[in-house]
Ligand binder design. Structure first.
Ligand code: MEV
Length: 444
């Protein structure tokens, strides 16, 4: 029977039915694949149901390493940071940078603002002056009619902060925007914001429908769409480290602290002026940030999308971090938008995300912003430190070697011999395989 690559009604099949269809039509060893998928199911059925419901058409779970980076001193408080990441060296690098800065004052952070944004785009075919003239009254109505949805957020200290009318008609005929700003306290707030925005859209139409004065304008207004913006430049946090150059210590190959500081600053400068380098530089920052964002059940796609837009805010994609040396003081800092939550959504449903937050001593959203920014800076520091001293491959190759040795099922004695052998030489899969083959042959 030839394989069927398409199907209708797949979502209506049971989990077993979905797996059966997949393995029969896409895999060479169907029984083996079924066993493998099932082996990653949670042993507790209730827990598996929770995981299944995070998405649709769930067949199994996709394991990722959940690790920790200890010794982070952030605003004088010690933290052990949960990180979910599949790339070797990231957790080791974060831990090493954390330890380095622990004895030099640690990370200092500041939450600069926590404003989130949403937009209702609409067309207004009536008189431009009229919509502008009516807007103060319209805004009052919009706020009032949204109160049903904002009441409990207002009680917690949040809600809708403001609504602005943005005229986009110079770019697109008849197009306007309601730009709403929100405070969502400890929740990421995506659902809250989207619910409010859809109500704002309805209220906008109703305003013209129901008012005697504007009845004739009802047909002039048409909502295009209502959705939050993941670009939140005013949900911003800063993390920094600093110390006198002389306290930076010693570096490999006889590099002095001053030489290190100058090279480090140059490396950051390159990322400030060259988008190719900036992309890799910022990717290094997000190695740390994403790992904590995922571990705490937050939305890493939103965080990344926002950060990269922010990195382009001056017209060219550039470094998110900066470095100065003034009066012998080395300063390195990062300013980054981070819209995260610590209540609601996955943060309270995912069993390990809950543990991550417990490990961080149940932070508020603002505290989590501080922690994540510090990890991003630590990761960036570790990467640049390697790049301007030993090169990145030394550390990477150590981890790479470990992975190859596990793949080739090396026993502990073989591991020791291989680590010694490759301490200077270049690591590649074939070189390690050849080394093990020779070793195994000589040991009979
Ligand atoms: C690798 O995942 C990240 C780095 O390339 C970051 C950087 O170059 O700054 C090491």
């Amino acid at each position: 029977m030839s394989p069927k690559k398409t199907i209708s009604g797949f979502s209506k099949l049971s989990k077993a039915g979905k797996i059966k269809w997949i393995v029969q039509n896409f895999f060479k060893e169907p029984d083996h694949v079924v066993q493998e998928l099932e082996s990653y199911w949670h042993s507790n059925e209730e827990q598996q149901k929770i995981l299944d419901n995070f998405s649709e058409n769930t067949l199994s779970n996709f394991p990722m390493p959940f690790g920790v980076a200890p010794n982070f001193l952030i605003d004088s408080n010690p933290y052990c940071i949960p990180m979910v990441i599949e790339e070797s060296s990231v957790v080791a690098a974060a831990s090493s940078a954390a330890k380095f800065w622990m004895s030099r004052g640690g990370f200092v952070t500041e939450v600069l603002a926590t404003i989130k944004l949403g937009q209702v785009h609409f067309e207004w075919t009536g008189d431009k002056a009229k919509i502008k003239y009516l807007f103060p009254d319209l805004k009052k109505k919009l706020m009032e009619e949204c109160f049903l949805f904002t009441r409990s957020m207002v009680k917690r200290g949040g809600g809708i902060l403001d609504i602005e009318l943005i005229d986009l008609t110079d770019k697109e005929d008849k197009l306007y925007q309601l730009k709403a700003s929100f405070e969502t306290c400890d929740s990421m707030g995506a659902n809250f914001i989207n619910t409010c925005l859809e109500q704002l859209g309805r209220s906008l139409v109703d305003y013209f429908k129901n008012s005697e004065e504007c009845k004739n304008d009802e047909k002039e207004v048409r909502v295009v769409m209502s959705i939050l913006s993941n670009y939140t430049p005013d949900c911003l946090v800063r993390a920094s480290v600093e110390c006198p150059i002389m306290q930076l210590g010693k570096f490999p190959n006889g590099m002095t602290a001053e030489d290190f500081a100058l090279r480090f600053r140059k490396a950051v400068r390159i990322a400030e002026i060259d988008p190719y380098r900036a992309t890799t530089h910022n990717k290094g920052i997000y190695n740390g940030i994403d790992a904590v964002v995922i571990a705490t059940g937050n939305d890493f796609r939103a965080i990344e999308a926002c950060g990269h837009t922010y990195a382009s805010r001056n017209g060219q994609y550039a470094s998110l971090s900066h470095c100065t040396i003034d009066d012998g003081i080395f300063k390195f800092w990062l300013e980054i938008p981070l819209a995260v939550g610590t209540v609601g959504g996955l943060t309270s449903l995912h069993p390990i995300a809950k543990r991550s937050l417990e490990l961080l001593e149940s932070p508020s959203a603002k505290q989590l912003m501080r922690i994540i920014a510090a990890v991003g800076l630590a990761q960036n520091f570790a990467a640049i430190r390697s790049l301007v001293t030993t090169g990145i491959q030394k550390g990477h190759m150590k981890m790479h070697l470990q992975n190859i040795l596990s793949q080739l099922k090396a026993d502990p004695k073989e591991e020791i011999a291989a680590i010694q052998h490759f301490s200077e030489g270049l690591v590649s899969f074939s070189a390690v395989r050849e080394f093990l083959e020779k070793l195994r042959l000589s040991n009979g």
